[in-house]
Design a protein around this ligand. Structure first.
Ligand SMILES: Nc1ncnc2c1ncn2[C@@H]1O[C@H](COP(=O)(O)OP(=O)(O)OP(=O)(O)O)[C@@H](O)[C@H]1O
Ligand SMILES: [Mg+2]
Length: 415
């Protein structure tokens, strides 16, 4: 096992387009790291540079304590599990798993020991003599992982391994991969464009947009402290609501009325400027079902509800609004960036299942303002981010040495 350190990695393909642009990610020994982002953001390119299937234009790729930029794939001792697992149809499950060991000329007793060990971990014992063609998608997946396990690789690399499975199996395999990874404790880098996989599997998640790392943090940190509009919109389902807002004093003017903001948020945003407020659906509630003890933590407004979807334990209410100018432009751009087709000029609020709000009602809605984020519409930055709980945000990082240089300069000025 080994840690994987990527330092300022750049990949330019033939046409000069930077598919990966100055990405630094440190994968700890034994960590489950997710690379996530919309199609074309450079996930596969980055993974292929770790394995050695793609040249690195600049930067350092370090595995364990070796710089591997110039090493061939087989010298890097990593195991890659692809989207289509490329099993040999004419070989049994046993021989499929044994394949890398046979290739390396391992003696029979060693092959047997390792294959049986892997098969036990993967619960494939009763399938060892079968052919891949007779296995389910999930079982085939496990055979592919078995092949990776017997190699005693330093790390596992997965490129969207579940994308061609049906939804139910995908859910099962997700739990299975998580369990196996924990049991084996092997360093893992896993590429997906599915935010649910990212949230459930990863110890940490690296969110990429057009080849640039946006934020590197635990799922909880990403969810509660997204660095910018892109991360905020990408993580979470149904997605965070984005609304135009102007702050005056402690009052925030939303399309539905004014709400009171906590002082710590007010202090961090410019007064009177058009901003984007980000509020997750679950931070709204039917004011009628909010307990008195919680009520004071939030603020209420009254608005007409367009549609209600009641799901038993909860309900979603949809409330249309207008976004103008800079806010509308930024939200349209965001939708393009996210590959999304969601209609963002409606507010989605999640209500308790006991709520009696119905379509067409003028409803009193409560909002937990403590969880409201405020974004700069020009840059998309989250102005109210808690950087201590946001993991790594490259855009906010001090360029190397600047802080130290400033300190030296200040020290010199003092003398
Ligand atoms: N061989 C290549 N030559 C030129 N450009 C390439 C090549 N492979 C990828 N690219 C470009 O690099 C960028 C990143 O591609 P990459 O395959 O890494 O994306 P991805 O995040 O894995 O996307 P997806 O989710 O669709 O698999 C894209 O803009 C793509 O067009
Ligand atoms: Mg890809």
């Amino acid at each position: 096992m080994a840690a994987i350190t990527m330092k300022n990695i750049v990949k330019k393909y033939g046409d000069g387009f930077p598919a990966v642009n100055d990405v630094s990610i440190d994968v700890q020994d034994g960590e489950f790291m997710i690379l996530v982002g919309p199609s074309g953001c450079g996930k596969s390119t980055l993974l292929r540079m770790i394995v050695g299937l793609e040249d690195i234009t600049s930067g350092d790729m370090i595995i364990g304590d070796r710089r591997v930029n110039d090493l061939a794939p087989r010298e890097r001792n990593l195991a890659m599990v692809f989207q289509n697992y490329a099993l040999y149809p004419h070989l049994t499950v046993y021989e499929n798993i044994a394949f890398p060991l046979r290739l390396a000329g391992a003696p029979n007793d060693e092959v047997d020991r390792k294959v049986r060990e892997a098969s036990k971990t993967l619960e494939l014992d009763e399938h060892l003599e079968r052919k891949p063609g007779n296995l389910s998608g999930g079982q085939r997946q496990r055979v592919a992982m078995g092949r990776a396990i017997v190699r005693d690789a330093d790390a596992f690399l997965f490129d969207e391994p579940l994308s061609n499975l049906d939804a139910k199996l995908r859910g099962q395999m997700r739990t299975e991969i998580a369990r196996l990874q924990k049991r084996l404790g092997i360093t893992t880098v896993y590429v997906t464009h599915d935010q649910t996989e990212a949230m459930t599997l990863g110890d940490r998640v690296a969110v990429l947009k057009r080849g640039v790392l946006q934020q590197l943090a635990s799922p909880r940190e990403l969810y509660t402290n997204p660095a910018n509009l892109f991360v905020a919109g990408f993580i979470g389902s149904p997605p965070m609501n984005f609304l135009p807002v102007t702050v005056t004093g402690t009052s925030a003017a939303l399309p539905f009325g004014d709400v009171e903001l906590p002082q710590d948020k007010v202090d961090r945003v410019p007064e009177g400027k058009l901003l984007i407020a980000g509020i997750r659906p679950e931070h709204f509630e039917d004011a009628a079902v909010v307990e008195d003890s919680r009520r004071g933590q939030g603020s209420t407004f009254t608005t007409k509800v367009d549609v209600v979807e009641w799901l038993g334990n909860e309900a979603y209410a949809y409330i249309p609004f207008e976004a103008e100018g800079a806010v509308r432009d930024q939200l349209t751009q965001l939708e393009r960036d996210l590959d999304g087709d969601t209609m963002r000029s409606q507010l989605v609020v999640s209500l308790d299942g006991s709520s009696r709000i119905a379509e067409g009602d003028d409803a009193e809605i409560w909002v937990d303002v403590r969880h409201m984020h405020l974004f700069d519409p020009e840059t998309g930055d989250n102005l109210t981010i808690d950087l201590d709980r946001a993991g790594r945000v490259p855009a906010k990082e001090d360029p190397e040495g600047t802080a130290a240089a400033e300190q030296v300069a200040q020290g010199a000025a003092a003398h």
